[in-house]
Design a protein around this ligand. Structure first.
Ligand code: AMP
Ligand code: MG
Length: 438
């Protein structure tokens, strides 16, 4: 392929970061909802309003281990003149059979057990002699799981008001009340609530399946020895990890050689399990830039992938389009490891989160004081430098240089420093905006 052809395959105009991002997001919407088991729905966005089918708690129950009593019976109890009640039985959590509690009677009760009829207060075991005998030994017996002989006595040393230590039916939520609204992101507490009200499954936007493949005939799987001119494939690992981190179910295909036929057939095979495809490498103007060659030449039925130049560093060459019969989004990222990762953070992560229907698709940004000067940032390009952000000091320090092969510096960064298009240098101490990588 000659240079002229390459030139014509580039769109003439240069795209800004925002324009490219807008284009990607404008063509991606939330995946069709599915019904998932609760734990599979963690991190997903609810698409139905959930109403409480039964009140919580479903019945009046004790919040303490102690004795269910009639408040009137213990109203005058004191340390020296305890109320002496007859213990007529035992109610444990899960008990179905409840002894009726008459005047002068008490029922030993455990936390979470239903309050028996007739009783209107619970006296904690600590306010009693623990039942029948006096002193600590008896108190310990009262705490044990063994049922207590009915017919014993308990001395209550303090009064308890009606309702004391009782968690009333419906005091958490009432029947018919809204529990969670469509659009809620399901975290641990929301999943707990759904379980508590008896929901086994929920309708959500599913996590997208992201297929990651890297390209390059020089690439060797980590764990294998390198031959001359070879390097380990780090992008497919980094991007797969990043896809998972974004909330996706990620499949790493691994490295495909720079061969159009192999790439084409691999993509065809992978389309079946992909909600979004991510490739790395092969998108610039080199002789073996096979991703661009292959995808720019798709037939109308196969889809369209557009390759563009972005006013950005790193990550100038980018490809984006929709391919296959289902028009699955594909983002073709540049091969340099820092470029591919920065591109992922800026474009793929938001795309994944848009597929999930999440309300916030972008990483948070914050202003920070740059501890060092940044010299010669390219004019007309938005530069993303790797930085180490100190939350407490509110400062950021560049790590490594601008080189897009600097994998180690990336691994020691927790932020991207944004140097705007029209800024060519940042003096030490100046405020910059940074993207927090979390
Ligand atoms: P490319 O975009 O294919 O021209 O690749 C640009 C640079 O990134 C070259 O130095 C590649 O060897 C390197 N590179 C491409 N893919 C990977 C990868 N998967 N892992 C590590 N380095 C890569
Ligand atoms: Mg390559």
């Amino acid at each position: 392929m000659n240079g002229t052809t390459d030139q014509t395959r580039h769109q003439d105009r240069v795209w800004s970061v925002a324009e490219h991002l807008d284009d990607v997001l404008s063509k991606i919407g939330p995946l069709d909802p599915i019904e998932l088991q609760l734990l599979d729905a963690q991190g997903c966005v609810l698409v139905e309003d959930i109403t409480v089918p039964v009140a919580l708690p479903p019945f009046d129950n004790s919040s303490m281990d102690g004795y269910a009593v009639r408040a009137a019976d213990v109203a005058d109890a004191t340390e020296s003149t305890p109320a002496v009640l007859t213990v007529i039985g035992d109610v444990a959590a899960g008990s179905g059979e409840l002894p009726g509690t008459g005047p002068g009677q008490a029922v030993r009760i455990m936390t979470g057990a239903p309050v028996p009829p007739g009783a209107d207060a619970v006296v904690p075991v600590e306010w009693t002699d623990g039942g029948t005998g006096q002193g600590p030994a008896a108190t310990m017996r009262a705490h044990s799981a063994a049922p207590q002989d009915a017919g014993g006595e308990v001395r209550v040393h303090r009064p308890a008001a009606a309702g004391a230590h009782i968690r009333a039916r419906g005091s958490d939520v009432t029947e018919g009340e809204p529990a969670l609204q469509a659009g809620t992101v399901l975290g641990p507490s929301q999943i707990g609530l759904l379980a508590a009200i008896g929901r086994g499954t929920v309708r959500v936007h599913p996590r997208p399946r992201v297929v990651v493949l890297s390209t390059g005939s020089e690439l060797v799987q980590p764990g294998e020895a390198l031959g001359p001119g070879q390097i380990h494939d780090s992008n497919s690992f980094q991007l797969t990890a990043a896809a998972r981190d974004a909330g996706a179910i990620a499949y790493r295909v691994g490295a495909v050689a720079d061969d159009a036929e192999t790439l084409r057939s691999t993509l065809e095979d992978q389309l079946i399990r992909a909600d979004i495809l991510v490739t790395s490498g092969g998108v610039s103007v080199g002789a073996y830039d096979v991703v661009k060659e292959t995808l720019a030449a798709l037939s109308a039925e196969e889809g369209t992938v557009e390759f563009r130049r972005l006013a950005m560093q790193p990550g100038k060459p980018q490809g984006f389009g929709l391919i296959g019969p289902d028009r699955i989004p594909l983002l073709a990222l540049p091969g340099n490891p820092v470029s591919s990762y920065v591109s992922f953070e800026l474009f793929v992560r938001p795309a994944i989160r848009a597929l999930m229907g999440l309300p916030e698709v972008h990483r948070p940004t914050t202003p920070a004081k740059c501890t060092e000067a940044v010299a010669s940032s390219p004019k007309g390009k938005r530069q993303f430098l790797r930085g180490s952000y100190d939350t407490e000091a509110g400062t950021v320090t560049p790590v490594g240089g601008a080189g897009s092969h600097l994998i180690k510096a990336m691994a020691h960064a927790n932020a991207l420093i944004i140097v705007p298009e029209d800024t060519t240098e940042v003096p030490a101490g100046a405020e910059v905006d940074i993207v927090l990588l979390g």
